[in-house]
Design a protein around this ligand. Structure first.
Ligand SMILES: Nc1ncnc2c1ncn2[C@@H]1O[C@H](COP(=O)(O)OP(=O)(O)OP(=O)(O)O)[C@@H](O)[C@H]1O
Ligand SMILES: [Mg+2]
Length: 310
């Protein structure tokens, strides 16, 4: 079944077009990642898909319900963790969850709340005010709150922004566990690695348009291939190496030679043997496989971190 189906989605604020004809499909039980720099339109997309904002044009079906005619039914199937934590700082973690449970009229609320605190490793912190939580704890509580009511489709708007690497990994594990339970995840991120790690499918959003869609591997295939980078001790060595490996691109400033290669052991050995034949020794070598940053650059002609000022 299809969890989310979007076609021809448009949204403008005044004369500023923010979503310019977005089409996407998310199969049930998968992770879909919307990748884009600041201002690309990620939060606007999430707002529309979660019924918080009405689009100017296009159709959206969530859990089989058309948002234009059946927003209430769609709302019952989803959980949302917004870009900015919805946690009430003046309540404890437990009280925050309890509030959500009451809003959702969840039966056996106390049990659901303690279960979620346990699952997110917040049992001990549960009785403390959320104001005292670290950023990672707050994010976890926020996500726990969106799970009250057992939603089948969860929207996460930049769930790991500002988290340290360890908390990010914890969050990834939680997300993977949810998907293992059959939940569908719609995730926005500015972290290319995050989309690469988690997503079954990635869509790259740039200035309100999807400039590419596919698996991480498919996107990587669309850009210049991998290469091996050799650094030499001096100009003379670099000169000789460039003659021995004529496919390479040299950089005289850094004394490096970039040679196209799949980076596998076999081709690496060939390259090293070839240098060895001429008694050439690289000071250092590294294998570079393209990451999603390279994908973004190749697709949009701009680095992913650049602000999108039209
Ligand atoms: N309510 C609004 N009124 C006017 N302009 C808006 C409104 N909401 C968003 N925008 C504009 O729409 C564009 C896209 O914003 P959006 O929040 O969707 O981007 P984003 O991809 O989520 O960015 P970020 O990574 O910074 O969260 C921005 O230029 C923003 O200024
Ligand atoms: Mg945003």
């Amino acid at each position: 079944m299809t969890a989310i189906e979007v076609s021809g989605l448009r949204k403008a604020f005044g004369d500023k077009v923010v979503l310019d004809g977005v089409d996407l499909t998310v199969p049930e039980g998968t992770i879909f990642s919307l990748l884009g720099p600041n201002g690309a339109g990620k939060t606007t997309t999430v707002n529309v898909l979660t019924t918080l904002m009405v689009p100017d044009a296009g159709t959206v079906r969530v859990a089989g319900h058309d948002l234009a005619t059946d927003a209430r039914a769609a709302r019952a199937a989803i959980g949302v963790t917004g870009q900015f934590a919805a946690v009430d700082e003046l309540l404890t973690g437990e009280e925050n969850l309890r509030l959500m449970a009451d809003l959702h009229r969840v039966p056996a609320a106390a049990q659901v709340v303690s279960g979620l605190l346990e699952r997110f490793d917040l049992a001990e912190a549960g009785t403390k005010l959320a104001a005292t939580y670290s950023g990672g704890m707050r994010r976890k509580l926020d996500l726990a709150m969106s799970l009250v009511g057992d939603p089948r489709i969860i929207f996460l708007d930049e769930p790991t922004t500002g988290l340290d690497p360890r908390s990010r990994r914890t969050m990834w594990e939680i997300i993977r566990d949810l998907v293992a339970d059959g939940v569908t995840i719609f995730l926005t991120t500015q972290y290319l690695e995050e989309a690469d790690q988690l997503a079954d499918r990635i869509a790259v959003l740039d200035q309100g348009r999807l400039v590419a869609q596919g698996t991480a591997a498919e996107l990587k295939r669309r850009i210049p291939g991998s290469h091996v980078r050799f650094r030499f001790a001096d100009q003379g060595e670099l000169d000789s190496a460039a003659r021995v490996l004529p496919d390479g691109t040299r950089d005289d400033d850094t004394l490096t030679l970039r040679v196209p290669s799949d980076g596998g052991t076999k081709s690496l050995r060939l390259l090293l043997d070839r240098l060895g034949e001429y008694s050439l020794d690289a000071e250092e070598f590294s294998v570079h496989t393209p990451d999603l940053d390279d994908v973004f650059l190749a697709l949009t002609g701009r680095p992913s971190t650049e602000e999108n000022d039209k």
